[in-house]
Design a protein around this ligand. Structure first.
Ligand code: GLC
Length: 797
């Protein structure tokens, strides 16, 4: 079943049936003021942190309530509805609506009993408030009397958890006031100076562009006893009773009563944010200009569309185009901004950036906005500890040079992370390399950046230290220890057990270090890295290969995990794909391994993380056992790994296979089976339930997931074959043979490239001829030096 469709031109997803199988959300705002909104206006807003800066309530794991509600009431008949289908939820035979999720804004249009409403929700660029612009039009023949009610449920206190559970305190610190056009909420209002670290806070909810007829600042008075957001007593009555909150639960509710001639339109704006009284007043005055919201939405489009325009593809596959051009790219920016902090699943409790997650997230935007990537990359490098390991979590208020670390009890209690993970710092290699290759900015290697705890080093030395950390944490057979976890949070291999995934990461790190050392003319490091690569390569060959596959790990008791005769978890996806990504496996062996993966792990929704799932034979430390079979790390389709799978197949030149994997788990391609998938067809999720589940195909954990960046890299470097290095760009498209022609427009180091790929022979990879501005290149490589401001590139496959 289908609930909506893509509008490629507008870069919007348009929901035409509001009764979606889950709340389908969008993100508004910036890291300073963030807001999440569902297609039924559910969601919440926060300043900086969903956990510590929560402005409005949202009840997780419930019915997508409450949210940013605008109620409409016919003052003659008493009938009422809402500008989003929910919370009132009128009969869908009479209530027609669309919800357009765009880049940084969401617009809900509805038509009911001859009244058209258009509610546009957004956070203006660089602002710390949000706007719900409402436009109403009388499309009928008769004059209408319509009441409009805006409603928001404030939290009693900015700490989300306190607001939810510490009721004996938080319900007694807030009150609301009515100030002509707005409700002002104060928290701890007597604390002009901090008391117990609390200080007065104020928020406001305002109406601009229409007179306030009545108001209410108390949730109980607004809703009425034993009622819900769908039938508030005050909306039913057509008037707010002027109750203000003094203890218990606040809200902001404002009412305006209007009359409309036939055909007449009226616009107004509800405003919400953390502001003091005087600032709120000044802001409201601004929005008396009814043209302002259109200009602000247009600024958002300019900002986002400008970034997204740095890669535009036109391939024969529309779903691929929707994702690569807009939605996967936009999701990469959202994960880049919000990490795993705030969604309709994550309630914001994490107070920092997970190291591996963020360093990988950065990869997803490098091809679109390398400078934005650089800033975060440097920040993350400053989260590396001076012995080379990385902080599992880099706090939002990270203070490089002065941080505590997992060795310190204070870090463990402050972050909940008890120790180092084997993979964290190793993610720096592919990310630094991607940044340098995209930009040619090798000066980054010489830039000095502090360590989290103490000392300063060049980026090049930071990388060297990351290798030292791995070399100083070897387990049995001299392979990298698995420590508290490697990429897989559910594998605890410890200080002596070893991780084969990390072995491949380290092998890849040696290779990247060789390239960096060569660039710097550092022969000693180059030689050392070549030797290390050889040495570890031999150990991997001897210890990690078993019969026809790479194993997943070896426990400290020398138990091999992931060999063919294991009753469970006998084949793992990541060591196979990473044997190719790391450059360890030869093409022939790679193909054989990946055929095995295809036979044993692939399903119609993607390849499983491992199989068979654990039930009875898990080793100590296989935490995946906690999950139901075919779920998450216990043999689910962990979607982040599909990006690596796509990349690995593309590196083998097998475009058909790479694209088959791509489509299996592509959200847009699952648009027609949205009721099975549940989640937004424009957004990747963390995992999909697989064959052991009665709900095969159901997907979970929307928006904030590493899937966004790995699939993006799988598409850009893998399928599209845009593979830059320090000196230029290699073009190695690896596509289905049915793609006879496609184009890419790419900005590369500030230069425009229009690339036409011609594939008349129906190949899956390879280059017969490459011309740049009419000049034939030696092979599929374009040295950066031949590029002009604008370039016409033609590649014949
Ligand atoms: C989640 C975590 C990520 C981890 C992955 C696999 O996505 O955010 O850090 O790598 O699970 O366990």
């Amino acid at each position: 079943m289908q609930y909506g469709h893509f509008d490629a031109q507008a870069r919007e997803y348009i929901i035409t049936r509001p009764d979606t199988p889950a709340p389908w959300a969008n993100y508004l705002g910036s890291p300073t003021y963030g807001a999440i909104i569902s297609n039924n206006a559910g969601g919440y807003s926060f300043v900086k942190s969903g956990a510590a800066g929560r402005l409005i309530r949202y009840r997780f794991n419930e019915q997508d309530r409450p949210g940013r509600y605008i109620y409409l009431r016919d003052d003659e008949s008493g009938d009422y509805w809402s500008a989003s289908w929910q919370p009132v939820g009128k009969d869908l035979d009479e209530y027609r609506s669309t919800c357009r999720h765009g880049t940084g804004y969401t617009i809900m249009e509805a038509e009911y009993t001859g009244l058209r409403s258009e509610a546009s929700y957004y956070v203006p660029m660089n602002m710390v408030h949000e706007v719900w612009r409402l436009k109403l039009t009388n499309t009928g023949e008769a004059a209408r009397k319509i009441s409009v009610f805006g409603f928001v449920e404030f939290t009693c206190e900015s700490f989300y958890e306190q607001d939810q559970v510490n009721l004996q305190y938080t319900q007694f610190i807030t009150r609301t006031y009515f100030k002509d056009q707005f409700i002002l909420q104060t928290i701890n209002e007597n604390c002009l100076n901090a008391v117990n670290e609390s200080r007065v806070e104020t928020r406001f909810f305002a109406l601009a562009g229409a007179p306030v007829t009545s108001y209410c600042g108390d949730r109980a008075a607004f809703l009425g006893g034993y009622r819900d957001y769908g039938n508030p007593v005050s909306v039913e009555k057509g008037r707010l009773d002027g109750t203000l909150n003094y203890n218990l639960n606040p809200c902001g509710a404002l009412h305006t009563a209007l009359t409309f001639k036939p055909g007449e339109s009226v616009s107004m704006a509800f405003l919400l944010g953390p502001k003091r009284e005087a600032d709120a007043k000044a802001l409201i005055a601004h929005y008396e200009d009814s043209g302002l919201p259109n200009r602000e939405i247009s600024d958002l489009k300019t900002y986002w569309h400008g970034k997204l325009a740095n890669l535009k593809v036109e391939t024969p596959d529309e779903n691929f185009n929707h994702m690569v051009n807009t939605w996967n790219a936009y999701q990469c920016f959202i994960t880049f901004n919000w990490s795993r902090a705030a969604s309709l699943v994550y309630c914001g409790q994490r107070n920092g950036y997970g190291y591996r997650d963020t360093v990988q997230d950065i990869q997803g935007i490098i091809h679109l906005d390398p400078e934005m990537a650089l800033e975060k990359l440097k920040f993350m490098i400053s989260g590396q500890v001076s012995h080379g390991g990385a902080l599992p979590l880099v706090k939002y208020d990270h203070n490089p040079g002065h941080e505590d670390k997992p060795e310190d009890a204070s870090y463990r209690t402050g972050t909940g992370h008890p120790s180092y993970r084997a993979d964290d710092a190793l993610w720096l290699f592919p990310t630094v390399w991607k940044y340098i290759s995209e930009t040619g900015n090798t000066a980054l290697l010489d830039e000095e950046i502090p360590y989290a705890d103490t000392g300063v080093d060049t980026v090049y030395q930071h990388l060297n230290k990351a290798i030292d950390f791995s070399l100083n944490h070897l387990g049995i057979h001299g392979l990298p220890a698995g420590l508290h976890a490697d990429w897989n949070d559910c594998l605890r291999l410890g200080t002596n057990g070893v991780s084969v995934f990390v072995a491949f990461q380290l092998y890849y790190a040696f290779e990247i270090m060789i390239r960096c050392a060569q660039h710097k003319g550092d022969a000693a490091t180059e030689t050392r890295m070549i030797e290390l690569k050889k040495k570890f390569g031999a150990i991997i060959e001897e210890r990690c290969w078993n019969t026809d596959r790479f194993v997943r790990g070896i426990t400290e008791h020398d138990q091999v995990v992931g060999k063919p005769d294991d009753p469970e978890a006998s084949l793992w996806l990541n060591p196979q794909s990473w044997s190719i990504i790391s450059g360890f496996a030869s093409q022939d062996r790679g193909k054989a391994i990946m055929d095995l993966v295809y036979q044993q792990l692939n399903t119609k929704y993607g390849a499983r993380l491992m199989a068979p799932a654990y039930r009875r034979h898990a080793f100590d430390g296989a935490l995946a056992l906690l999950f139901n079979p075919s779920t998450k790390e216990n043999g689910g389709i962990f979607l982040q790994t599909q990006g690596w799978l796509i990349l690995a197949e593309a590196l083998l030149g097998r475009g058909g296979r790479a694209f088959e994997y791509y489509l299996e788990s592509c959200p847009a391609a699952q648009n027609p089976i949205a009721q099975t998938r549940l989640l937004e067809p424009y957004v990747y999720s963390q995992f999909t339930e697989s064959v052991d589940s009665p709900f095969e195909g159901r997907s979970h954990v929307h928006w904030l997931t590493g899937t966004a960046s790995t699939v993006m890299v799988g598409c850009v470097e893998g399928i599209l074959g845009l593979r830059p290095d320090i000196n230029g760009l290699r073009l190695s498209p690896t596509v289905p043979s049915s793609w006879k022609n496609f184009t890419m427009e790419k900005t590369f180091r500030g230069k425009k490239m229009r690339i036409q790929v011609q594939n008349s022979q129906g190949r899956e990879s390879g280059c017969r001829k490459l011309t740049v501005n009419g000049v034939e290149m030696a092979d599929s490589y374009i040295p950066a030096t031949v590029l002009k401001a604008d370039n016409e590139v033609i590649l014949e496959m």
